[in-house]
Design a protein around this ligand. Structure first.
Ligand SMILES: N[C@@H](CCC[C@H](N)C(=O)O)C(=O)O
Length: 276
């Protein structure tokens, strides 16, 4: 019996299982996503990117793009957007011959995201506006860190700190204000290395600590500009998994970084079938 095609890829080591599913035929339950992403009993990943035709999605989302990135976190939850994932997704479309242009849009639950796949296979994504929505507090290992709340299509709280972010213990879920973030939040911890250069760690909603978060890097740059009294600028952001470049202005933002594939194969049909 034929299995289900998959690819494994990552963007700055934020890693994904890609499931090509043009007709929207896969039944992608939270249990199946969690099993796929489990690093012992599955393939292991921070999330799943289902590649589905927008017309076959069967969800009430407004998209004009032909292809939709159906993103799921490792715990099986659905999220609006994934900045590292959309780069991997765009590169998949080009390599699979599903997009013949170097510039096109990808549909997401946060709206269409225009992308450019460069000859060196890095990808630039127009990430939409990064909206500053207020302030709040994260508590990490008993320590209160104030932060700037930023909406990049998904929710973020960015705490800028003087101490080296490398020293934070992010093994446990940091606490946050559920009244401010009723749907949960991605938590970024940032050092300003020098103007135009940030260092960041992240604890993602629905995943835990990851080695990179694309929407998080955009939120980090927007928050650091906000704290400096401006709403536009650009910065590199170093994360444990590599480096990305971000620009932010009032109208929108861009994210540029790598997209890599490491494997492709077939899921075992029996294993998949036994999951509900
Ligand atoms: N890793 C992603 C963000 C994925 C979604 C996030 N965990 C959420 O629940 O909002 C990125 O690269 O942006």
């Amino acid at each position: 019996m034929g299995g289900i095609e998959f690819l494994k890829g990552h963007g700055t080591q934020n890693d994904f299982v890609v499931l090509p599913d043009a007709p929207g035929a896969l039944e992608l339950t939270p249990e199946r996503v969690a099993a796929l992403c489990d690093r012992q009993r599955g393939l292991g990943a921070d999330g799943v990117l289902r590649v589905v035709r927008s017309s076959a999605l069967g969800e009430d989302v407004e998209v004009g793009a032909e292809w939709f990135m159906d993103y799921r976190n490792a715990d099986g939850s659905v999220a609006e957007m994934c900045g590292n994932g959309v780069r991997v997704f765009a590169r998949y479309l080009v390599e699979a011959g599903l997009e013949t242009r170097g510039e096109f849009s990808v549909g997401t639950r946060a709206g269409d995201r225009p992308v450019q796949v460069h000859p060196d296979l890095s990808v630039t994504v127009e990430m939409g506006p990064a909206r500053i929505t207020g302030t709040s507090v994260a508590i990490v290992a008993g320590r209160e860190l104030s932060g700037v709340a930023v909406d990049v299509g998904n929710p973020h709280l960015v705490s800028t700190m003087d101490d080296d972010v490398a020293d934070l213990d992010l093994r446990d879920q940091p606490r946050f204000d559920h009244d401010v973030f009723p749907d949960g939040v991605n938590l970024e911890f940032v050092n300003l290395v020098e103007p135009g250069a940030l260092r960041m760690r992240v604890h993602e909603r629905g995943v835990g600590e990851t080695r990179a978060c694309g929407t998080g890097t955009v939120a980090a740059v927007a928050a650091s500009l906000h704290l400096a009294g401006t709403d536009h600028g650009s910065s590199t952001v170093d994360v444990p998994g590599g480096r990305v470049s971000v620009t932010v202005d009032r109208a929108g933002s861009t994210l540029t970084g790598p997209a890599e594939f490491v494997a492709r194969g077939e899921l075992d049909a029996g294993w998949w079938g036994r999951l509900r």
